[in-house]
Design a binder for this molecule. Structure first.
Ligand SMILES: *[C@@H]1O[C@H](CO)[C@@H](O)[C@H](O)[C@H]1NC(C)=O
Ligand SMILES: *[C@@H]1O[C@H](CO)[C@@H](O)[C@H](O)[C@H]1NC(C)=O
Ligand SMILES: *[C@@H]1O[C@H](CO)[C@@H](O)[C@H](O)[C@H]1NC(C)=O
Ligand SMILES: *[C@@H]1O[C@H](CO)[C@@H](O)[C@H](O)[C@H]1NC(C)=O
Ligand SMILES: *[C@@H]1O[C@H](CO)[C@@H](O)[C@H](O)[C@H]1NC(C)=O
Ligand SMILES: *[C@@H]1O[C@H](CO)[C@@H](O)[C@H](O)[C@H]1NC(C)=O
Ligand SMILES: *[C@@H]1O[C@H](CO)[C@@H](O)[C@H](O)[C@H]1NC(C)=O
Ligand SMILES: *[C@@H]1O[C@H](CO)[C@@H](O)[C@H](O)[C@H]1NC(C)=O
Length: 656
């Protein structure tokens, strides 16, 4: 976790600065300590009891969203503790949150006999008095989303009504378990609201707590597009975006294989969505790609190949003397793993064919890329990709576990990434809420380090040539892993630039010199990275501006607002409460440096990594980006469904 300090530091800074202006604007944690003289002494029994109580809580948090306990036999030194995680978070997140909170609370409230800390998704409270089951609405903290709504009266009444309905449900509907969420339309938007009480309360107390909370928050922040209220006994929040993960509970029970809790439930839900989307995509692809049908027929025949199935493997070995060391997986095992490539196993459509989820005989979950025979990727590219990736080892590159060649079938077996690809989350207005600013910075720096490894740190010099959001996969912790090396090119020695007659890549991410003239170099990847960076911080597709015709691409808009000094207009509204504007502008600046028209002007990946890492590095003024690319993006994106799981990869022959 090299990037840990990198992301924490700006947050801390942001926190300290905002503390100077207004405590309520600070990022979590928020806290209240007993402002009383009754402090505990160093090395006292109370302190020991408190420590052991706090240390025990995270382990409970991995099984339960709310827990209360006490330590100490002597009533004089007894400590009572209670934590609550917001109901929608996963067990793992709850545990991490409580872990953070329990170490924060002793730092924030040293020697207090009573204290409470609120983190983003949980709260933790302890006291020397037994407070279990007792309502406490003192010192409620209202917090606003710093953006104002244009029609506050109307908005307030919708919010008031929604929250009051939720409060009733949480307090008096036993099956709600003191937690309720709802989304209601407001004008052309949707209001998402959540209420929750600590379940040690009675229903009436929960209702009182929420009613007071709603009154407090609306009194203070009726004009804001979102707000929350922190209380010791309950929690209220509403926003114009889906900050909670509503599908979690529903999908857990529907999956018979699920035994890993809700973290997995959410993944399965995502996969379901993915599958539906990709099924639609598949119909599209099936309709348009005649040779796919042809291949299907051939595949039908090859299933009975029997002993012949080994032949292609041997021919592969001839191509590469060392191939026998490589993990070869038979077609039969892959058929078994993917249910014969059943549509329900399909994860999506990659640049060169569909990707399936599979479970190998040892139970390992894998993603299997099936290269369609009508793709550009022939035997050579296939061999290239296999040999290439097997040599690469970096935590920001996806790991190849094995491969298979059998007749027309060419298959690559990768580690499975439950969070799917970046575009799926980034370009979905609901899922994007999961990517707060620090996660996005983590993703950007991970991608940068992965590319740097390809360019400079691996033994080979590799140019990826098809960097884009759908080629960045996300692991459990939202760490990015670059995938799809099918078109990567290896450079030997100091050779750093090449020409090609075949342009492969994805319009919108392609550097102008490459799209127009077929010249590619490490700087073409820097261009692709720059586009990705801009997409990540703005939450918009470079090519996603096409909805209204003649609207410029993201790169062009970024350049325009930058020159008008209005860069913040591009800030993803979902980042309003997690992002420091200056830091956003700095990232925008770095993005613009990467997409400059002249490849010479673009920084190398190693200086990009330095710029990302250090706030003190001064950045050059960016020159004009490749404005002419607008032609390509406008033209091509029409074919790409905005919600598709992959920007279509185009490849074609262009005369130079
Ligand atoms: C401080 O504690 C004493 C008893 O320990 C209590 O009577 C008093 O009300 C407390 N003051 C505040 C401000 O909480
Ligand atoms: C508490 O104990 C530590 C060592 O166990 C000692 O260094 C420290 O001086 C003690 N503090 C007090 C106030 O007794
Ligand atoms: C909480 O954790 C403690 C120790 O870590 C354990 O003894 C206890 O059974 C746990 N309680 C629950 C409800 O999981
Ligand atoms: C937690 O609080 C409930 C409600 O007041 C109480 O009945 C229960 O005994 C408490 N649990 C522990 C472990 O103290
Ligand atoms: C939002 O509106 C409130 C009340 O009208 C005002 O005090 C505040 O300055 C406004 N904030 C912004 C960011 O416009
Ligand atoms: C919210 O609704 C309640 C009853 O439904 C009403 O008494 C209260 O005045 C409303 N509050 C605001 C701020 O509109
Ligand atoms: C209670 O909540 C459940 C779901 O949480 C809902 O299905 C049911 O209709 C609710 N009952 C009432 C009376 O609102
Ligand atoms: C996660 O929490 C739920 C209750 O919220 C519990 O039923 C489940 O067993 C937990 N999962 C794990 C892996 O502990």
């Amino acid at each position: 976790m090299v990037q840990f300090p990198k992301t924490i530091l700006p947050l801390l800074l942001c926190f300290l600065i905002s503390l100077l202006f207004d405590l309520a604007f600070a990022d979590p944690p928020y806290w209240k300590c007993s402002g009383n003289v009754s402090n505990y002494a160093d090395n006292s029994t109370f302190q020991k009891n408190l420590r052991s109580l706090l240390i025990s809580l995270p382990s409970n948090a991995s099984v339960s969203k709310l827990y209360n306990t006490s330590t100490g036999n002597d009533p004089a030194d007894r400590v009572y503790g209670l934590y609550m995680c917001l109901n929608y978070v996963t067990n793992e997140t709850c545990r991490d949150c409580i872990n953070t909170a329990q170490s924060a609370i002793v730092t924030l409230c040293p020697s207090s006999k009573e204290a409470v800390v609120w983190e983003e998704m949980c709260q933790l409270r302890y006291s020397d008095a037994n407070f279990f089951g007792k309502l406490n609405v003192a010192d409620n903290i209202p917090l606003d989303n710093k953006k104002n709504i244009s029609d506050p009266e109307k908005f307030e009444s919708v919010v008031n009504e929604t929250l009051r309905g939720l409060a009733k449900q949480a307090a008096y509907n036993l099956s709600a378990k003191m937690y309720a969420t709802r989304d209601v339309p407001f004008e052309d938007k949707v209001v998402y609201a959540l209420v929750q009480c600590t379940t040690d309360l009675s229903g009436d107390d929960c209702g009182h707590c929420l009613q007071k909370a709603i009154k407090d928050v609306l009194r203070e922040f009726y004009f804001s597009i979102g707000a929350r209220l922190l209380s010791r006994s309950c929690y209220v929040r509403y926003e114009l975006y889906a900050f909670y993960d509503g599908a979690t509970e529903a999908s857990i029970s529907s999956n018979p294989n699920n035994n890993k809790g809700d973290g997995r439930g959410r993944k399965i839900w995502m996969i379901t969505i993915l599958t539906i989307v990709s099924a639609c995509l598949a119909i599209l692809v099936l309709g348009s790609c005649v040779c796919l049908a042809k291949r299907r027929n051939k595949m039908g025949n090859s299933e009975n190949l029997g002993p012949n199935a080994l032949l292609p493997e041997q021919s592969f070995k001839r191509r590469s003397p060392k191939a026998q060391e490589y993990p070869y997986i038979s077609l039969a095992s892959i058929h078994a793993a993917t249910n014969k490539f059943s549509d329900s196993n399909k994860l999506g459509e990659g640049g060169f064919g569909p990707v399936y989820k599979g479970i190998l005989s040892d139970g390992k979950e894998v993603a299997i890329k099936r290269l369609s025979s009508c793709s550009e990727q022939g035997a050579e590219e296939f061999t290239n990709e296999v040999l290439l990736i097997l040599k690469l080892q970096h935590k920001n590159l996806v790991r190849l576990l094995g491969f298979c060649v059998d007749g027309e079938e060419k298959l690559l077996v990768y580690e499975y990434m439950p969070n799917s690809s970046l575009d799926v989350i980034l370009f979905d207005s609901k899922k994007r809420a999961q990517l707060d600013w620090s996660r996005r910075l983590n993703i950007i720096s991970g991608i940068a380090r992965g590319i740097l490894y390809l360019h400079e740190d691996s033994r080979l010099r590799i140019i990826h040539r098809d960097l884009k959001a759908s080629n960045v996969l996300l692991d459990n912790d939202m760490n990015p892993k670059i995938s799809d090396f099918g078109m990567a090119r290896i450079f030997s020695g100091s050779e750093g630039q090449a020409n090609t007659a075949i342009i492969v890549g994805t319009y919108g991410y392609m550097a102008p010199e490459y799209a127009m003239e077929g010249i590619y170099s490490v700087k073409s990847d820097v261009y692709g990275f720059g586009v990705l960076l801009l997409e990540i911080i703005t939450g918009r597709r470079n090519a996603g501006f096409h909805r209204i015709k003649r609207v410029p691409s993201l790169v062009v808009s970024a350049w325009q607002v930058w020159n008008e000094g209005k860069g913040l207009e591009l800030l993803d509204p979902l980042l309003l409460d997690s992002c420091d504007p200056d830091e956003f502008l700095r990232y925008l600046h770095i993005g613009l440096l990467c997409v400059q028209e002249d490849a010479q002007d673009r920084p190398t990946m190693s200086s990009v990594v330095v710029m990302l890492r250090s706030e003190t590095v001064t950045l050059n003024q960016p020159e004009k980006p490749a404005l002419s690319m607008g032609r390509f993006t406008d033209h091509n994106v029409e074919a790409t469904d905005n919600n598709s799981i992959n920007g279509l990869t185009v490849s074609g022959v262009m005369p130079r």
